[in-house]
Every structure is written in structure tokens, then in C-alpha cells.
Design a protein around this ligand. Structure first.
Ligand code: SF4
Length: 382
């Protein structure tokens, strides 16, 4: 907390209340994977308890027209980012010297802003895939708006995020179409808890409810986006099967899990041994980026998340004050949810398959590029 009150946390709960009260608007909400692993703490529920079903029920009671899941778009991110990785890797192995490796994940807006300021000479290293939140907004206001037969301006997309940097991300000009943003309002986990209390919803007494289809369906690979190592593990599950054409029986990549600041893993994909790096917290990210700048990096792919433990330790979550044991409990809730899913690989999500068949064509198609990929900007160091 800023001691002189110059920096005040922005609260957008009333923007959501206003949108819900507007009869002209169709409201769509999406929830990031880490939120469900921590929201219960705001209601006295033991840390490490996933409250997905109660959260969905609460969002319906609040009045959203469609209750969806950012996890759907996390599966979509894997399709695009994993395909981009395989494309870069194949060309690199074929001797194309114009292709840069490692590829770095691009889901975390604080990390994106960091490398735009601090490493403007490496803007072509990260994946061009948008974050799951932004992919969701782009798909909701195109594919889903067309399914509903409404113009994008009639839809309000609200995202519930563990993250304060997401408030900035959704306002970036490249994520607007004629001034209309793909994601209109972002609330933190704490703001959602405040909204639930404001509306006198008895959270602990709520029944478990399911997300709506089609943008609410997801696999176990998507939910692990909420923890450090999760994005790269999800990408490996899909990249392995797409590259080899073989079934991956053991989907748990233990070496990329855990709270070490920098983790390394060697993963066999067909005849290739891939070197994978994972870092959380920006001091660790800087070390890996310095290696790339100096031409010393041994990695083929790197995942970076800014917050301790990944998004489960995000700045919009119930306060954790760096309590590693608490973060481990939230992490366990995420892996439990992954285990319980009927599908655990993103390319097995039937609604993702349908989205490509009916709308996008295939990963990295022209339409997919237009809707789901972005670019980065050089920014001054100060
Ligand atoms: Fe936001 Fe932190 Fe997650 Fe990055 S790691 S997306 S800053 S919550």
C-alpha cells in the first residue's frame, strides 16, 4: 500500500454493476484459472480449496448473461502458441537461420511490459500469441457474437483475473476494434469477492454449477496455466502429440513444477531432446533474457510468469504476503482440478475443435493470426 495514498488500487466493480443494469447490453464473464483456487479464502474457506462451482453460481446470481471460462481460451492459446513453437523449431532444425529460438510464452502482461522496456532488442523472441484473456475477448466478440446474431458493440466482456496488470492489458490500443475493446472490464479476485458481498450473496451456501457452453468448456491443460510451469507443461502435452502423431501416456511433466525460481527440463519429443526453461518473478526472467542477449541460452522454449508461483500468487488475489505454504496449497488445488478433468490436453477440447472447424480453419491460419496474435513495441527504459 502506498504510504502517502498517491497510488490507489483501482476498483471497477461499479462499472460491472452499471453494465449489468443496462438492458441493451449482453454481458459475458470469463474467469482465469487461478481465481478459483483462491476466491474461497475471502469467505473463510480453507486455503487450497477450489471453489469453481460456487464461483460460477455466484456469477449467475450477480446477473451475467453468459458465464464462461478463460480456460477455454487457454486451450486455444496452446493450439496457437504450440503450433508456433513447432513451426519455429522445425524451421530451425532444417537450418533456417532467420528463425529465432528460444520461443518465450506471452500470457503475462507484466512480463510483456517488462521486456518491451528492458529488452527492446529481443521483441521477436516471445510468441506472438495473445494472452488467454485477450484471445477470449477476441473470440467472444467475433465468433460468439455472430452465433448470437448481435454486433460486438452490444456485448460487454468482463474478465475476473488474479492480476492487476490485466487492467492495463485490456486497455492496450492493439486490442481494440474501432475503439471497442475485446475485453471491456477486468476485475481482480478481490474485487469479485467485494461484488459478491455487495450483492448479499451467501457464497458458502451456493450449490456447485457448471460453466455455460461453448466458451466455458476446458481441459486440465488449461487450468494449470494458473501456476508456474503450467503453460509450458500444457504446451508440451499438445506439441508432443501433434509432432509425433503418438499418444502421450504420461502427461505430468514434474520437472517443470515447483517453486524454484528457475527450473530446467529435458523433454524427448520424437527424435529431438528439447531444453525447457521456466522462471517466475522478473529477477529470474532477467537472468534468462541476459543469456539470450549474450547468445548463451541453451533453451528451445521458456515460460515466464511475473508473480511468485505464477498467477496463483498474483497481485489481484487475496493477500498472501509471500507465504510460500499458502501458495503451495493454491497450487495443489490447481493440479487436483487438472487431474479431475476428462480431457487433459488442449487439442482434445471438443469446442476448440469445433471453433477451428467452423470459424478459424486451422492454427496459425490468416483468421487465427488476425484474431489471436499480436505484436510488441519498443518502449523507453525510463
Ligand atoms: Fe498477472 Fe502475475 Fe499472472 Fe503475470 S503472473 S498474468 S502479472 S497474475
Amino acid at each position: 500500500v502506498c504510504p502517502v495514498g498517491a497510488l490507489v488500487e483501482r476498483d471497477h466493480t461499479w462499472d460491472v454493476v452499471t453494465a449489468l443494469a443496462d438492458p441493451e447490453k449482453v454481458t459475458v464473464v470469463q474467469t482465469a484459472p487461478a481465481v478459483r483456487a483462491a476466491l474461497g479464502e475471502e469467505f473463510g474457506i480453507e486455503a487450497g480449496t477450489s471453489v469453481t462451482g460456487k464461483m460460477v453460481a455466484a456469477l449467475r446470481q450477480i446477473g451475467f448473461d453468459h458465464v464462461f471460462d478463460t480456460d477455454f481460451a487457454a486451450d486455444l492459446t496452446i493450439m496457437e502458441e504450440g503450433s508456433e513453437f513447432l513451426d519455429r523449431l522445425t524451421r530451425h532444425l532444417d537450418g533456417d537461420t532467420s528463425v529465432k529460438l528460444p520461443i518465450m510464452t506471452s500470457c503475462c502482461p507484466a512480463w510483456v511490459k517488462f521486456f518491451e522496456h528492458q529488452f527492446p532488442d529481443l521483441l521477436d523472441v516471445p510468441s506472438t500469441a495473445k494472452s488467454p484473456m485477450q484471445m477470449f475477448g477476441a473470440v467472444a466478440k467475433s465468433y460468439y457474437a455472430e452465433l448470437l446474431g448481435i454486433p460486438r458493440e452490444k456485448m460487454v466482456v468482463v474478465s475476473i483475473m488474479p492480476c492487476l496488470a490485466k487492467k492495463y492489458e485490456c486497455s492496450r490500443p492493439e486490442f481494440m476494434v474501432d475503439g471497442n475493446p475485446d475485453v471491456d472490464i477486468t476485475l481482480s479476485t478481490r474485487e469479485l469477492a467485494r461484488l459478491i458481498k455487495l450483492m448479499n450473496i451467501e457464497f458458502n451456501a451456493l450449490p456447485d454449477e457448471d460453466f455455460d457452453a461453448p466458451l466455458g468448456y476446458s481441459t486440465g491443460a488449461a487450468v494449470i496455466f494458473g501456476v508456474t510451469g503450467g503453460v509450458i507443461e500444457a504446451a508440451l502435452r499438445t506439441a508432443y502429440e501433434l509432432h509425433t502423431g503418438e499418444k502421450l501416456d504420461k502427461v505430468d511433466f514434474e520437472d517443470v513444477r515447483g517453486m524454484d525460481g528457475v527450473k530446467s527440463a529435458k523433454v524427448q519429443v520424437g527424435s529431438h531432446t528439447l531444453n525447457i526453461g521456466v522462471a517466475h518473478k522478473l529477477g529470474n526472467a532477467r537472468k534468462l533474457l541476459e543469456e539470450i542477449r549474450e547468445g548463451k541460452s541453451q533453451y528451445h522454449a521458456i515460460e515466464i510468469m511475473s508473480c511468485p508461483g505464477g498467477c496463483i500468487g498474483g497481485g489481484g488475489q487475496p493477500y498472501h504476503h509471500g507465504d510460500v505454504e499458502l501458495l503451495k496449497k493454491r497450487t495443489a488445488a490447481i493440479y487436483d482440478e487438472d487431474l479431475a478433468k476428462p480431457e487433459r490436453k488442449s487439442h482434445e477440447n471438443p469446442y476448440i475443435v469445433e471453433l477451428y472447424e467452423k470459424y478459424l480453419g486451422k492454427p496459425l491460419s490468416e483468421k487465427a493470426h488476425h484474431l489471436l496474435h499480436t505484436h510488441y513495441f519498443k518502449r523507453s527504459k525510463f
